[in-house]
Design a protein around this ligand. Sequence first.
Ligand code: ADP
Ligand code: MG
Ligand code: ZN
Length: 310
Amino acid sequence: MDGKIEAVIGPMYSGKTEELIRRVVRRNIARQRGVIFKISSDTRNKDENVISRAGTSLKATTVESARDTLKYLKENMDYVAFDEAQFFGEELFEVVNLFVKRGTDVIVAGLNLDFRGEPFNNVMKIVAIADEIVLLKAVCVVCGKDATRTQRLILKEGQWLPASLNDPIFKVEGEDVQIRYEPRCKDCWKVGDNMAKVGKHMDVTPEIYNDGKEAKGVEKRVLISPKDGAPTFIMRHFTMKAGGFTPHHSHPWEHEVYVLKGKGFLRTNEGKKPFGVGDYVFVPPNEMHQFVNDSDETLEFICVIPKSGN
Ligand code: ADP
Ligand code: MG
Ligand code: ZN
């Protein structure tokens, strides 16, 4: 029989670790065998226990990655538990499923949302297949209402201010004195103003489109998007190898393109429209289009779309 998945989610301070411990203690009373896993990148408590802020604690096993826990698969445990599941990365989903197939119950405790209010995808994928979901709430430290959000604060010139979207997601509480977290309700929770920044397009990891049918030889780099705090536009940088092309398609948003290097043509319903360095290209909403590099050099262009185009 497959194991069951219990997902315990909520903001920081909502009692996820406390609930995980409570569930494991009950199972231990029932003489079940199992392990609690925590990940070594969670530097908040370095000892071998999971500790809740309420003061309860239980013995845990520290692992380097979700995959590391697979050596327990052959032991036919009754249960395994993952605390701070958001730190276990994308592979946690597959690992949880392997335990489940083995007949082991899995308890997963973790944050549903990051400080920006964006879902932790690895946690939410497990929630989607869970047999039981517990959404816990903390107490808003500002107003005392139920807190569903985690506020990140940054110490700037002696003042604790809401962190901005530019900040990285993973900072463990206690590791950096400049940052702290507190539970807040939706009304008191804020994402700070975003700082202006300068970046190099080559430092952005590209998405590659190269199946040879839909698209060929295309690298897309999202330079500026809502993730950076841009509310309206997304700026992308495209590199297209000689002989490359983008999909021949249409969509309800426009393309505003500026050509940086090389040449090629836009395929439209009225035929080919050639372009080269220094040209702009406008594709209105709902018009069939395809960018083609029919030259023997690499083509590079900037393409701006509205946020709704993502
Ligand atoms: P989590 O794992 O979700 O971060 P813990 O299980 O470690 O939470 O801690 C939950 C405990 O934290 C509560 O039972 C309570 O004793 C304590 N606590 C401190 N501040 C708050 C708060 N603002 N809201 C809720 N609980 C809080
Ligand atoms: Mg916890
Ligand atoms: Zn509040």
